[in-house]
Design a protein around this ligand. Structure first.
Ligand code: ATP
Ligand code: MG
Length: 342
């Protein structure tokens, strides 16, 4: 009898295999009770002629394990390849994309040392529904789809997340001064749901000034919920101003299945060099461990990771003044510090 939890793992493209191997090594040494089932998705699968990028046996594994730990994937440019990330989110109903963005000053250089925000992005609707038309030879159209059930689900998720994680405020971003029906509905549902959470402070900003405020005074925010496209842009900006896009992880939550990953892409420019920062994927793993009921292992890894940064063991993307370590050296440094407190 084994009490290990089966999880589906895709090592991914570009820097994916490097950061995945480093992260799995940390998980093993930390005593995570997991049994990875490896699947091949992405570039290889596309190039073998499967335009979805994901073979049938991979779906079978995902539907069975219900937990997906995923390295970044490259979608080949042009030529009818669908985005695998969008396919996975829509097929598995992963409606909530949760992205914490935390500053680690003074150990990671940032203009915003007191930042600790969680962006909760709607993950299935909006312009990402992928409904596009050619109207005339010179006019094309993309439909922005916002539904009441979809909005209610993500907004309720944001408030429940805030309640569970002892967060004080939930902010909503939309552009409802211009898109009065679509963004107007999202904002309206936000105000309705907010009434059920009287202990949580709420506010709404128009997305453009809201983003400007994130860039200027991120410490004024706590949990922020928004439609899909705005969330995509806001979460990259937020991660970058904590110090590097290589730091943040994300959880993609559905009713049945959940997926955990780094927020960044496959970084083809540095692939194969062994220099990528595995921290984003490590944070994805930490969220996964909490999700599957192994929070002690999650805390142990998080403490060791913090201690590693404190000891100034840094990968190239966050290293200042010269010396940096490679992907696997960084992972080994985290492993050495398992059991230590930051
Ligand atoms: P994709 O098409 O897969 O999204 P991309 O090149 O558009 O890839 P990212 O992969 O997110 O976007 O990379 C953006 C930049 O950030 C690149 O210069 C990349 O080298 C850098 N980068 C991304 N992830 C990391 C990481 N984990 N460690 C170091 N640098 C990274
Ligand atoms: Mg990208």
């Amino acid at each position: 009898m084994t009490n290990k939890r089966n999880i589906t793992v895709a090592r991914g493209d570009g820097i994916g295999p490097e950061i995945m191997d480093a992260t799995l090594k940390i998980l093993e040494h930390a005593g995570a009770k997991i049994e990875p089932e490896f699947i091949d998705i992405g570039e290889k699968v596309y190039l073998a002629g499967n335009s979805s990028g994901i073979p049938d046996d991979a779906w079978e594994s995902l539907r069975r394990t219900k937990v997906f730990f995923k390295g970044p994937i490259t979608t080949p440019q042009g030529g009818g390849y669908k985005s695998l990330n969008v396919t996975i989110r829509k097929t598995l109903g992963l409606y909530a994309n949760v992205r914490p963005n935390v500053s680690y000053a003074p150990f990671v250089e940032t203009k915003h040392p007191n930042m600790d925000i969680v962006i909760i992005r709607e993950n299935e609707e909006d312009l990402y529904a992928g409904i596009e038309h050619q109207q005339t030879p010179e006019v094309v159209q993309c439909l922005k789809l916002i539904t009441r059930p979809g909005s209610e689900k993500i907004i309720r998720y944001a408030f429940e997340y805030a309640r569970k994680n002892n967060r004080k405020k939930v902010t909503c971003f939309t552009k409802d001064n211009i898109m009065k029906l679509t963004d107007g509905l999202f904002h309206k549902v936000f105000k309705e749901v907010a009434v059920e959470y009287p202990e949580i402070e709420t506010e709404h900003w128009i997305i453009d000034i809201g983003m400007a405020k994130i860039a200027d005074t991120p410490q004024d925010f706590d949990v922020i919920v928004m439609p899909n496209l705005y969330g995509d842009i806001a979460s990259d900006v937020a991660a970058q101003i904590t110090g590097s896009v290589g730091l943040a992880g994300s959880a993609n939550i559905g009713d049945q299945v959940a997926m955990f990953e780094a927020i960044h892409g496959s970084a083809p420019d540095i692939a194969g060099k062994g220099i990528a920062n595995p921290s984003g994927l490590i944070h994805g793993a930490i969220m996964m461990l909490v999700h599957i009921g192994q929070p002690e292992v999650a805390t142990k890894i998080h403490n060791a990771w913090l201690k590693t940064l404190e000891d100034r063991v840094h990968t190239g993307d966050i290293a200042k003044n010269g010396s940096s370590v490679g992907t696997m050296e960084f992972a080994d440094a985290v492993i050495e510090r398992l059991g230590q407190q930051p």
